[in-house]
Design a binder for this molecule. Sequence first.
Ligand code: NAD
Length: 525
Amino acid sequence: MMPTETQIVLHKVVSVNPATGQVLREFESATEEDVSTVVARARAAQPAWNEIGVQRRISLLRNFQRLLHARKSDVARVITTEAGKPLVEALLTEVMVVLDAARFCVDNVYAFLREQPVPHGNLAMKAKTGRIERQPYGVVGIISPWNYPFSIPATETLAALAVGNTVVLKPSEFTSLAGLELASLLYAAGVPKDVFQVIVGDGVTGAALIHADIDKLTFTGSVATGKRIAQAAAARLLPVLLELGGKDPMLVLEDADVDIASSGAVWGAFVNAGQACLSIERCYVHRSLYPQFLAACVEKTKKLRIGDGLDPHTDVGPLIHERQLRNVEVHVEDALSHGARALTGGTRLSELGPNFYAPTVLSGVTQDMRVMREETFGPLLPIMSFDSDDEAIRLANDSDYGLGASVWTRDRARGEALARRIQAGTVMVNDAVSCFGISEALHGGVKASGLGRTHGHFGLEEMVRVKYVDSDLLPGVKKSWWYGYGQEFTRQMEGVIDLMFAPRLGQRLRGALRSAGVHARKGRF
Ligand code: NAD
């Protein structure tokens, strides 16, 4: 019998090829005790990792980048075999993204960690000099999903390690091999074993990591799990970064190029079989283009080649497992029962393997259907029409989610103006999904799509504690605001406040006179 995800029992997780159902490897899940041992090792290793300095860490990241480049095809094969996506997507959206994330860290982390002077604007504080220091949290826990099983944990890991944290990663139970691949590359690059560790397991192991002695958690996954994690983290005030689900809208304005926008829609909805957090999950098209746009999407969808991701001709691979497939079916059944039409697709493709679903274009959908409100995370492209920009924005924002969005138009300025009105962490004009590959661009959501940001400068900021250090330039002088309060001091302070903030010049000058002598005031004790 072919094993499936439902065979994950007690303390075992099984890595399965979703295209064939073949078992790739079985693992014992890490227990709570294992997790605390691993975290203790990470904590013990952290001071030395921080002390080797940023230059040394950068050189290890360079090694990692060199090795990943050399092993790019092997790593892509592991990802495709375990997660199902076409090999070329494993190269582009996983390997290349990580190579570039390493480049970003190598180029930026030294300057990022430099102390940053803080000039003072407050006159009363001029005799002080301040700076911001960025210090690693200590031990960062990372819990990641299966849909980008290499690029998500790797980009977060590189940022965490570069600034001096040690990392404990719990990859998805469906993609443990990709997590272990990351470990083997980092070790081969020279990163010490206790500086980066992988704990294999399911949600129980993930929950144990939250309760272990970590200093920060980066979680990527569903909203439901994210809420559970936020509650557990709140109980111990553990800082958490939450990268959660999305329901990204695509707005096609009446001046869009139908050929370009329909190709973008088909790719943005079906890349990784629709299992991307930034997938186009709902499409709104200006009524004047609706018939042509639908026809173009259907024609292009019918041409897609569905199959095993290892076949270089495959455009769309399998879904990850039966539960995901069932979710897609439920959304399609709901839409069809409420009057939508599947213009192409709408069925399983069981003849290809256990987890294949035909890329599906739905027309006649309405905003209240599940397919327009809940994250599908599968190969569906539901398309609706609108009449005005205001209506398009209202529909786009009428969602619990706010991860990404896209606007399609020949007028870039108009697209950017609408982008400002969309409630989302990222908005692309005339493309979708691909901003995940821009290392400098931040990634993250608003509303139920999460808290905090990964990638780029903001991603580095999430991996440090910021500290303000202040030095007094007159250390031999007692400060005028220290104890010894009285009527005269109160009068002088009113004068200082008037001097600094009074709206009229005369009032300021009078304030200066009243404050006279405050600089010479010494605390009584
Ligand atoms: P999931 O929430 O089921 O699992 C994610 C991870 O959390 C897994 O490693 C899992 O083992 C672990 N986990 C489960 N229960 C846990 C618990 N109680 N405590 C701690 N850890 C626990 O999500 P998934 O199915 O793996 O991934 C798909 C979801 O991830 C989608 O909703 C997708 O939109 C989202 N996602 C978001 C982003 C983003 O950047 N915003 C990126 C990729 C995926």
